[in-house]
Design a protein around this ligand. Structure first.
Ligand SMILES: [Ca+2]
Ligand SMILES: [Ca+2]
Length: 185
């Protein structure tokens, strides 16, 4: 191979070609970055979403850990009742008279006591949530599962915890079934 041919083969790229390449890549990159920037700006702040989720999950655990008895736990029939008709004081939807969340004398003692609780800004022990966050809870009778294996609405509550921050809402839903209706707190 002559020296001339070897030199041609090892020519590489010229400065002009390199500059054109850089310009094309820059334009393409600018396009991709502007889309990413738009997505990041219009999307919710991930830190806030994470905080909302943590609050919602904490409240969901609190509600689901409650008993789901037919009677108010103070009712003498609470440990034996097989339906609400067997109770002098059935556990009705929402809190019974005088009950408050985490109250010293008559605390919430059933999953359904949380139905309609709103403007929650503390944990059950009174620890304040971060400023600006608040939550609301509903518990709605809702049949769970398909066909013959279905848990009837009387024995299944759909719990919805909605956490709000600065006009944004995040809802976490879960089910609590009446699997131990005579276990008392
Ligand atoms: Ca109650
Ligand atoms: Ca109740």
């Amino acid at each position: 191979m002559c020296v001339d041919a070897l030199a041609r083969r090892q020519r590489g790229v010229t400065l002009i070609e390199l500059i054109v390449f850089i310009v094309i890549v820059s334009v393409a990159l600018a396009g991709v970055l502007s889309v990413l920037n738009l997505t990041a700006r219009s999307g919710a702040d991930p830190m806030i979403r994470k905080q909302m989720l943590a609050i919602a999950e904490g409240l969901m655990d609190e509600v689901a850990a409650q008993t789901f008895t037919w009677c108010d736990p103070d009712d003498p029939a609470a440990a034996t009742a097989i339906n609400a008709a067997a109770c002098a004081t059935p556990e009705a939807m929402g809190p019974e008279a005088g009950e408050t969340r985490g109250g010293a004398a008559t605390p919430f003692d059933n999953v359904n006591d949380y139905n309609g609780l709103a403007a929650i800004t503390t944990s059950i022990t009174g620890t304040a949530m971060p400023p600006g966050y608040s939550a609301a809870i509903t518990t709605v009778p809702d049949a769970l599962g398909p066909g013959a294996a279905q848990v009837p609405a009387a024995a299944s509550l759909r719990i919805a915890v909605t956490v709000s921050f600065n006009g944004e809402n995040l809802t976490v839903e879960g089910y609590r079934t009446r699997y131990a209706p005579n276990s008392l707190p």
